[in-house]
Design a protein around this ligand. Structure first.
Ligand code: FAD
Length: 430
């Protein structure tokens, strides 16, 4: 193969950028088409669990990420009413300290990835709004009429993916999950100004704190090396159908969490404005690929963010696609027996689809776990959470909740996506 494969990636979110970086590392030509004029991300935090940080370690980006983040030592579940500790999980740290669990501001995460993509020679085109695909020519048409073609098209265009509809040949919007989220960040000084010793203690902790309660939960963690903090609160969705996000009312938000742990309600007083987000997901799609076109990330498996895995899955997808395409290119160059591009993309789908389907169900089961009303079921949940032993159990004694199921957590967090892609390729091509 004289020319490297040309990969056209639609969307410069975390998934698209991960795929772009990984593809350049395989020596592929990469163009990323992004519809917005300027890359800005939601003013909120994001967790980078070990299955994603392992990939960034492989691509040499851990030190850059560390410059902006905090390594979370544990995730703690606390009772909504009084903050009583129900469970502290540090599975990530125990897996392998080389792949930490980062908490970071989304803008910082995106900046690190964009800089790396550009450094590696990715062509990033902004104001490039993709309207359609020509499957036969492996090309996409932009709003201005221009056609950009390549050897492979990757639809990393998020929750409301245009490419998903084209692959399926029909509209396939995501479904409501029944929950909405309030999201906000605070500066350390704003939280210190609350003059609450309990809030100060929370701010000094390098961990993710969650309060779980009837129909709702809250997640709090540091970003920007502890200079800012992120708070997400989930509650029943009352946004009208079709409304994706809107400015929230702080009084209404406080009313929802009235009677919760005074530490949390104290933090709520630091909000100056708040956004409400409808949380959507998509059940398993019939197909993620058609011809030489494939979807990744939220375009094909958006799920409730109740395991901090959405973007991590998108990073895995991008790394797997790039690894397989790199192997395809090597085999082609050496004239070895190899798969077609279409079969290579199908191989990616076969590696990720059952995994993301399991994670999708995991998020839905966490929704139930986090939102139990006070009563016998909640009392039993709390008993089991407090009694968690963090040991793998035989199958017949599986934990009732994935949150404390060590086998499940190890499978999710300990995944070596790049290694699995290589193994699968070898298995299939002999
Ligand atoms: C409240 C909340 C908390 C979360 N917390 C976590 C967490 O802690 N950890 C985690 O791993 N995940 C988390 N997630 C999930 C995570 O944010 C998403 O799964 C992830 O960002 C998806 O990335 P993506 O690249 O697939 O899509 P996106 O980030 O949506 O990127 C898609 C990109 O495509 C562009 N685009 C769309 N259409 C077109 C078009 N036609 N032409 C050109 N460009 C286009 C968009 O402008 C956008 O830039 C959370 C989600 C929510 C809602």
């Amino acid at each position: 193969m004289a020319q490297p494969l040309k990969i056209v990636i639609v969307g410069a979110g975390i998934g698209g950028l991960a795929c772009a970086i990984a593809s350049r590392r395989q020596g592929l030509d990469v163009v990323v088409l992004e519809r917005v004029e300027q890359l800005t991300s939601v003013g909120a935090g994001i967790q980078i669990p070990p299955n994603a940080s392992r990939i960034w370690a492989q691509y040499g980006l851990l030190d850059r990420l560390k410059e902006y983040s905090i390594i979370s030592k544990a995730t703690q579940l606390r009772r909504w009413k009084d903050g009583e500790l129900l469970c502290s999980r540090s599975v990530g740290e125990e897996l392998d300290e080389r792949w930490p669990w980062f908490v970071i501001h989304r803008a910082d995460y995106q900046r690190v990835l964009v800089e790396e993509a550009k450094r590696l020679g990715v062509e990033l085109r902004l104001k490039a709004d993709v309207q359609d695909i020509d499957f036969e020519r492996t090309g996409v048409t932009l709003r201005n009429g221009a056609m950009i073609s390549g050897d492979v098209i990757i639809g990393a265009d998020g929750l409301w993916s245009t490419l998903r509809d084209r692959i399926l040949g029909r509209n396939s919007p995501p479904q409501e999950t029944g929950d909405l989220a309030y999201r906000g960040t605070f500066s350390l000084s704003a939280l210190q100004a609350l003059e609450s010793p309990a809030v100060d203690v929370l701010c000094r902790q390098s961990m993710v704190t969650m309060w779980i309660g009837p129909e709702s939960h809250a997640v709090f963690y540091p970003v920007r090396c502890g200079k800012e903090f992120n708070l997400v609160m989930a509650r029943p969705d009352d946004l009208p159908p079709g409304v994706k996000t809107e400015e929230g009312n702080i009084q209404e938000m406080k009313a929802v969490f009235e009677g919760w742990d005074p530490v949390l309600t104290k933090i709520l007083t630091a909000f100056s404005s708040v956004l409400r987000w409808k949380m959507m997901h998509h059940n398993e799609l019939a197909s993620w690929t058609k011809d030489n076109v494939a979807l990744l990330g939220d375009a094909c498996h958006p799920s409730l963010p109740y395991q901090a895995q959405g973007a991590a899955m998108a990073v895995e997808d991008g790394a797997i696609i790039a690894t397989l395409l790199g192997l395809y290119q090597q085999a082609h160059t050496k004239s070895c027996q190899h798969l077609t591009l279409r079969e290579t993309l199908k191989l990616y789908e076969s590696l990720q689809k059952s995994r993301t389907t399991t994670l999708h169900s995991g998020s839905v089961s966490n929704q139930h776990l986090y939102h139990l009303d006070d009563g016998p079921e909640q009392e039993e949940r709390d008993r089991l959470l407090k009694a968690a032993q963090w040991q793998e159990k035989p199958d017949e004694e599986a934990e009732p909740f994935i949150w404390i199921d060590v086998r499940y957590q190890k499978a999710v967090l300990g995944r070596d996506a790049v290694g699995d892609a290589r193994k699968k390729w070898e298995e299939v091509t002999g």
